[in-house]
Every structure is written in C-alpha cells, then in structure tokens.
Design a protein around this ligand. Structure first.
Ligand SMILES: [Zn+2]
Length: 460
C-alpha cells in the first residue's frame, strides 16, 4: 500500500514518492523558545510524528530535522524584560520543549539544529543572494527582492498587497545580540534560519517540509524563495501543513486567556497522552476545537483502551497456562483481525486519517467483546494484542508501555498524585484522578490516616 499525502504545492492528495529511493528528507519547523509550547504547537508536532512513524513503518529511512529557533525578535524582547542574556532566557523553554515531546510519545528527530549554531550557513546564503542580485542592501538590513524571483507565490498564492520584499539579515541595533558578517554585524531573519538549516542537513532539494498552516505564508513561501533563489533547484517536493487548534471555538490568544500548555493539562489531572489521543481523533487537516469536555472524553477513551489491553494481558497469560481448547483463536477470528488491520492501514495511508484509524480499533474491541458470547470465531487475546501493538507503532498511545505495569501499579501511582493534589487543596484535580483510578478498577477510600485502594465490586 502506498501513502497518499496532501501537498500544499499542488493542493492535491498525491502518492508519496521520495526523491531518493528508500530514504526521506523531512524538515519540520520547530519551536521559537521564548515561552512554553502551547497545545496548538503540540498538535502540529503530534501530526508530524504520525507522518514520520508511517514513513518508518513503510520501510523508509527518515532523516527528520526539527530546528530550534533560539534567536528571534520575541526572544530578544523576552530576555530584555527578564534582564537575562538570550541563552539563559531561552534555556528553560528549550528543556521544557523536549520534556513535552517525551510526554507525548513523540519519537526523537534525527537532529535538532539550533539557529545560533548555524550563523555561517545563513551568512553564506545571504551572500549568495546578494551576488545573484536577488537580495539588496537597505538601511536596516539585507532584503530579498521578490520581483527577482519569478515563481514567488507558488505555495500560498498571496494577494498582491501581501507580496512584499522581506528581510533576510537584520543589522544590529544597540543592546541587541549580533554576529559578524561580510555585510555588517547583525542577525538572521527567521525565514533565512529555516532555509539554511534544512539545506545544511538535507541538501538543496528534499522531500517533505511540514509545519502548521499559519506558517504557509509568509514563512514557507519565503523559505522557498530564498532557497530556490540561491540554488536554482526545487527546494521541497511536498509541503504538508497541519490545521489550527481552536479553544472553545476561538483562536488562542493571550488576551482571551485561552493559551494552554501541556503543564496546564497535567495540573488538572490529565494524562498528556490523552491530549495525543484528542489530537489523533481529528484529522490533521481539519480544525480541532479543544474544550475541557473534549479532553475529558479523550481521557476516558484512553483509559478504556488501556483497560482493554490489561484484560487481554490477563487472558493471554491465562490461556498459556491453561491450554484452552484449540478453537480459541480460530481462523475466522484471525481473518477478521487481518481485515481490521487492512482497514487501519487504508485509513492511515489515506492522508493520515487517524480519525478512521481510531474507529477501526473501537470496532475491533466491540467485535472482540461480542465474540466472547459466541461459540465460534473467538479471538485469541495474544493475536489481538499483537495487532494493537502494530497499530500503536503509528498512533504512539503507549500500548506497549502497559506491558511492564499492572493496573494496580498505575492506580497506586495515581493515588500518590491525588494525595499531592489534596494536600494543595486542588480538589477538582483530585476528583478527576479518583475517576481515572476507578476506571482502572479501583475504589479510593479516604481514611484519617491516609487513602487506600479497594477493588471495585459490582455493587459500587
Ligand atoms: Zn521554519
């Protein structure tokens, strides 16, 4: 089966065919480290992770780069306000960014180049554009002359009034960090950073450039202009962009107070993977409306999935001890698992339709539960488990991590988290955690000497 992906260059779903057989060059715009990543950024990183996983499962060697923008206007302004140098200012956000990726089961990229460590490459590119007279010197910096690049607008097709020359190198202002260059001290423009770093590791032409739709214009358009202007070669084959995340139907903004980070979610007692589940529940090219209710629903769904996997574990270890009759795991059920697998693959390979892929999992679970009352067509728990593990190679919901743990271990860990929440009188969070514990099959008892767990009985 071949992956089809929506390419913003052609505005069509296209079969994915890499430039070089067997390997994929993949560049994703990373964070500007002046603040914590918000859930809109994280949604984009999750979809890029799914794309990378699909390519890897398809047998490609994926060279994925995610840059770290550590010099930019917002960083300079933030550092100034905090009275720090830019390194000290951005360091905690950089660290937090990697923690977020980890908590969301996002696989490590090949490289995470930092802009401040690639200034020579950026200077070289600016020099080339000056030599070719596609760029010119102005009072405050070096600018790209879009009238000298005939195919400007090929990606985003912006309105004529939005087509403007843009800065590629800003001359140093008093009190701002700067680097030396043949055309005067200054710092790179944001667009130039991505052009130079992607080409440094992936060459003049590579396969996939990903980001959020808000980067389509001017960021990605300008990257194309700089790169193709400098090399005369096609920069990127597929531009893949993830849609916006809204909060309660609105765009996230500081003034509305609806900019949330992964920390905010954890503070309310949610598992970060519940956010990953929520992101996967909508196709990456449709808008996702985040509400606390939708996150709650995602948490419940995730807990049910985990519970199902725990029960498969119990049943599969049981069957190996007891040697159940051979008709368990009969060929009818195996055949069914195969067809669920095929449907899952079809969904994912059709422009990463994770909504459908999750639906296939729920259909499988439903059919499994129904089959328990059937005499024939019984599923072998082990076979179902291995199918789910296969799906999770792409979804990354942490199914395999459950193998090492038991529901009671997870419940105990959650109980401690709940105790901490109660100590800080965060009762909303404590209640949410109690519900999660309950879904694992345990009832919390609060006593004067502390809390303990009892198995949920049918009377509860
Ligand atoms: Zn970028």
């Amino acid at each position: 089966m071949n992956l089809k992906i929506y390419n913003y260059l052609t505005r069509k779903k296209e079969p994915f065919k890499p430039i070089k057989k067997g390997s994929v060059g993949f560049y994703a715009c990373g964070p500007t480290v002046y603040d914590y990543a918000h859930i809109g950024n994280l949604r984009t990183y999750v979809f890029e992770d799914v794309l990378k996983r699909v390519l890897e499962v398809s047998g490609f060697k994926v060279k994925e780069i995610m840059n770290i923008t550590d010099i930019e206007d917002k960083i300079i302004a933030g550092a100034k306000k905090a009275g720090k140098n830019i390194d000290d200012f951005s360091k905690p956000y950089k660290k937090a960014f990697f923690e977020d990726l980890n908590k969301l089961n996002i696989k490590k990229s090949w490289k995470y180049p930092e802009a401040t460590k690639h200034i020579p490459e950026m200077v070289k590119m600016a020099e080339k554009l000056l030599q070719k007279k596609i760029a010119y010197q102005a009072k405050d910096g070096i600018y790209f002359n879009i009238s000298k690049f005939k195919s400007y607008g090929q990606l985003a097709n912006p309105k004529p009034s939005d087509r403007k020359d843009f800065v590629i190198w800003k001359y140093a202002k008093k009190g701002e960090p700067f680097w030396k260059s043949p055309f005067g001290p200054g710092r790179p423009g944001w667009h130039l950073e991505c052009s130079a770093m992607s080409m440094r590791y992936l060459g003049a032409s590579f396969d996939i450039h990903a980001g959020g739709v808000d980067l389509l214009f001017p960021h990605h358009e300008n990257e194309i202009a700089q790169s193709e202007g400098a090399t005369g070669k096609r920069f990127v084959k597929y531009f893949v962009e993830g849609e916006h995340l809204l909060v309660d139907g609105n765009k996230m903004s500081k003034s509305l107070g609806n900019v949330f980070t992964l920390r905010d979610l954890a503070c309310r007692g949610f598992n970060p993977i519940a956010f990953r589940y929520l992101a996967l529940s909508a196709n990456y090219r449709s808008r996702l409306n985040f509400t606390w209710e939708s996150l709650e629903a995602a948490q419940v769904a995730l807990d049910r999935l985990y519970e199902f996997i725990f029960s498969l574990h119990q049943n599969s270890s049981f069957s190996s001890r007891l040697t159940l009759p051979r008709n368990s795991g009969g060929s009818d059920a195996s055949q069914k698992i195969k067809s669920f697998g095929l449907n899952f693959q079809k969904a994912i390979f059709d422009d990463l339709n994770t909504t459908k892929a999750l639906a296939v999992i729920w259909q499988l679970i439903k059919d499994y539960n129904k089959s328990a009352s059937r005499r024939t067509q019984k599923y072998a728990p082990k076979e179902v488990l291995s199918a789910l593990y296969g799906f999770d190679e792409i979804l990354g919901l942490g199914f395999k991590n459950l193998k090492a743990k038991s529901p009671s271990e997870i419940a105990l860990k959650l109980l401690k988290e709940r105790e901490r929440a109660r100590k800080t009188r965060d009762f909303k969070k404590a209640d949410r955690i109690r519900e999660r514990i309950r879904r694992l099959g345990w009832q919390v008892n609060d006593t004067p000497t502390g809390s303990n767990l009892n198995p949920v009985t049918s009377h509860d």
